[in-house]
Design a protein around this ligand. Structure first.
Ligand SMILES: Cc1ncc(COP(=O)(O)O)c(C=O)c1O
Length: 423
């Protein structure tokens, strides 16, 4: 890191035209706003290079260049190699395709371990393999905390005695918000001969992804929650992709990573991802002085790491204020750890208001210009496990680095009023 970082939240906000509407937006976990460089990159692609990016004519060469820039940006964001990125429709679709592509490499009676903490995207596709003879075992959360205990994973792996093929788990649950230890849990799975498929959707907007450092086989997240367009990003280790069955046309059987991307890429969305990198670099340039006496920039991964450190500090301040407030209320059950500390949780904070239906609460906040969500957020299993009714759901405040502490005060004031009258 270079000298004197400074985080200018107003400069960040200036890049997001959507924020001009004055709404305090705390539904980022459902989909983040997009900064101008992303809008510009998509616009440019559609205006002047909306053609197959494989040919020699000028617009096609431009298309290739723009798609490659998007792929390079996602490689820098994840630490993966460009040919390890499967860029599909969504995380849900990517995991469905992956499950179908791994099943032929397994035997009947092989074991897949899933959790009940996951969003259904990284659960349902694996659970369905039970119909074709795969044994699906569930790693259950502690009902009082919603947390996954690695000792339970050790027990499940031991019980599977060499038949465990894959462990699917979230890095962060989009409801519980706690940070799970991807590196340690991946090492446990590998020790037992199993691969991992990690859902990083609720992590990726907040911290820098490091697929190589963690050693994961499969890592999935959604660009539309990381300041980008609707696009599912799946990182596969090159050897793991090569060993999977082909899920694409027969002539793509040896084509890494296209073999796992039937239907191909949404080119304009991939091109737009270059704008994510450009946005992060603009924040870097605004926040960090160039190292003394050099004109050389640190490499993109280092710059991204610097920027995500700044994001983490801003988000920690927000999460701490929100969690501390919720902890003072006896009519609210906080889901997840009662701390905003960055190594413990993300600023994705769900809670169960005991006297007001979560959806009514969200409506009341909307009337005051504060946006939050209320639902089971496609993770009904974890709510059920914690004794909560998924139909009633929970309320969820989900912040990112562009939220201000002033907005948090507006949110908490509106929340205080919305909780007053039972409904
Ligand atoms: C934690 C988590 N995983 C997976 C998904 C599914 O992502 P997608 O909409 O790209 O299928 C979501 C979406 O809300 C999510 O929050």
């Amino acid at each position: 890191m270079t000298d004197s970082p400074r985080f200018d939240v107003d400069a960040c906000r200036g890049a997001f035209p959507q924020l001009a509407d004055g709404i305090a937006y705390f539904e980022n976990a459902g989909g983040s706003y997009v900064p101008s460089p992303v809008l510009d990159a998509m616009d440019a692609f559609l205006r002047s290079s909306q053609v197959q990016p494989s040919w020699s004519f000028a617009s096609s060469r431009k298309a290739r260049e723009r798609v490659d820039a998007g792929i390079a940006a996602l490689a820098a964001l994840t630490g993966a190699e460009p040919d390890e990125l499967v860029l599909g429709h969504s995380t849900t679709v990517n995991v469905l395709v992956l499950a179908q592509a791994l099943r032929p490499t397994w035997e009947e009676g092989d074991v897949v371990i899933v959790t009940n903490q996951d969003h259904e995207a990284n659960g349902g596709a694996w659970r369905r393999l039970a119909a074709s003879g795969i044994e699906v075992r569930e790693w259950k959360v502690d009902p009082s905390t919603g947390e996954l205990d690695p000792a339970e994973l050790a027990r499940l792996l031991e019980g599977a005695r060499g038949k465990a093929r894959l462990v699917a788990f979230p890095q962060v649950s989009n409801v519980v918000g706690s940070l799970n230890d991807v590196g340690a849990w991946t090492a446990m799975a590998h020790e037992a001969g199993a691969q991992v498929c990690v859902d990083g959707v609720a992590y990726a907007p907040h911290r820098l992804i490091d697929v190589k450092g963690w050693g994961v086989d499969w890592y999935v997240f959604s660009a539309y929650k990381v300041y980008g367009p609707h696009l599912g990003v799946m990182v596969g280790r090159r050897e793991a992709i090569a060993a999977a069955a082909n899920a694409n046309h027969y002539f793509h059987a040896e084509n890494v990573p296209a073999k796992l991307n039937p239907g191909g890429m949404q080119y304009e969305a991939v091109a737009a991802c270059a704008g994510i990198g450009a946005y992060l670099d603009a924040v870097w340039a605004d926040s960090f002085a160039a190292p003394e006496g050099t004109a050389t920039l640190p490499d993109p991964r280092t710059r991204h790491a610097d920027v995500f450190d700044l994001f983490a500090a801003q988000e920690e301040a927000i999460a701490t204020r929100v969690v501390d407030y919720l902890a003072t209320r006896s009519d609210v059950r906080l889901i997840g750890r009662a701390t905003g500390e960055r190594s413990a949780r993300m600023p994705t904070i769900a809670f169960h208001p005991e006297k007001v239906a979560p959806k009514v609460l969200a409506e009341r906040l909307a009337e005051e210009g504060v946006a939050i969500g209320a639902s089971h957020f496609y993770a009904p299993r974890v709510l059920e496990a914690m004794g909560l009714d998924p139909e009633r759901g929970v309320a969820r405040i989900s912040a990112v680095h562009t939220n201000t502490l002033e907005e948090v005060e507006r949110l908490l004031g509106a929340l205080e009023r919305a909780l007053e009258t039972p409904a």
